[in-house]
Design a binder for this molecule. Structure first.
Ligand SMILES: [Zn+2]
Length: 300
């Protein structure tokens, strides 16, 4: 994501001396590397920029923040996080270009993989020319002042468990916990036993629990919205096979430990009583909605 920042990270890493690998004594558990703990660029400013009107005594800090929010954020258009399809595990970003799209969000053309009357379209790496980060990388003081706003002032849109896990793996902890608004969209096929290990689409049931776990401890989250489409593949119907309790429980159970002041789950099915009995109390509000569907690869 945010290629310019990554470019700077690489340059700074080259400058730094390679740290020695800690030796593990017998019985010690090696530290797990899930996410970077530090911001990618040092936040200590090297110059106070007092000569600049933007940082002058007569320029209100509130106005400076409003400028950052206007440049870096968007209260309407989703900020899609788009995994690269080149095996690099990198992710890119793309501001939504399909605002009125009636289809599930994961089917937006913004993600670079869709089918229309002209055939299949598949971008291996997201291409953006929005110059979103130009202001941030223009000055270290601006960077330290505004990097958090990039994460507080956007509505991030993630495509399935892969989107959740890959964004988590690349965003440093301070910025990850600055996120306020998240949207996750995905598709599950049933029966679960047959579609367990797919590479989205359809969703991978195993990775799903890990992806949801990554969202459990967001410290400043205000709103999370899930959009979960479930289809019975054999029957080619909208909504899950009614008997597939196992699938529905494994989809909905990982959501129970996610906490947010506003937490909505949109599904294309009503939760059956048998599933609700297993789940017990849930802390999200359920919205049942049937959206039209953009056929992908003629299969799903
Ligand atoms: Zn979009």
């Amino acid at each position: 994501m945010f290629a310019h920042i990554l470019e700077k990270v690489r340059t700074e890493r080259k400058k730094r001396k390679k740290p020695k690998k800690p030796r593990l004594r017998p019985g010690m558990v090696p530290p797990q590397v899930h996410a970077p703990l530090k911001p990618p660029i040092t936040l200590s400013p090297c110059h106070d920029q007092a000569q600049s009107p933007l940082f002058g005594k007569r320029f209100p800090a509130e106005l400076r923040i409003a400028i950052y929010e206007a440049v870096l954020g968007d209260p309407v258009r989703l900020m899609h996080i788009v995994p690269h399809e080149d095996g690099s595990k990198r992710v890119g970003h793309r501001r939504c270009i399909e605002l009125d799209c009636p289809y599930p969000t994961w089917q937006h053309k913004c993600f670079g993989k869709y089918e229309d009357e002209r055939g299949m379209h598949h971008r291996r790496t997201p291409q953006t020319h929005d110059k979103l980060l130009s202001l941030l990388v223009s000055c270290r003081l601006i960077y330290s002042d505004a990097i958090g706003i990039l994460y507080t002032a956007n509505y991030f849109s993630l495509k399935g468990a892969r989107g959740m896990l890959e964004m988590r793996s690349i965003v440093p902890a301070p910025q990850w916990h600055a996120i306020r608004y998240l949207h996750v969209s995905t598709l599950f096929l049933t029966p679960r036993s047959y579609w367990l290990h797919q590479d989205f689409p359809p969703e991978n049931y195993i990775n799903w629990a890990d992806g949801c776990k990554a969202l459990q401890k967001l410290q400043n989250i205000r709103s999370i919205r899930f959009e979960i489409l479930v289809k019975a593949y054999e029957e080619r119907e909208d909504g899950p096979a009614s008997a597939d309790v196992e699938a529905l429980v494994s989809i909905l159970e990982p959501l129970k430990d996610i906490k947010a002041p506003s937490f909505e789950v949109e599904t294309n099915f009503v939760i059956p009583d048998s599933v609700q009995a297993i789940l017990g109390d849930t802390n999200f509000s359920l919205k049942v909605q049937h959206r039209p569907y953009r056929k992908l690869y003629g299969r799903y």
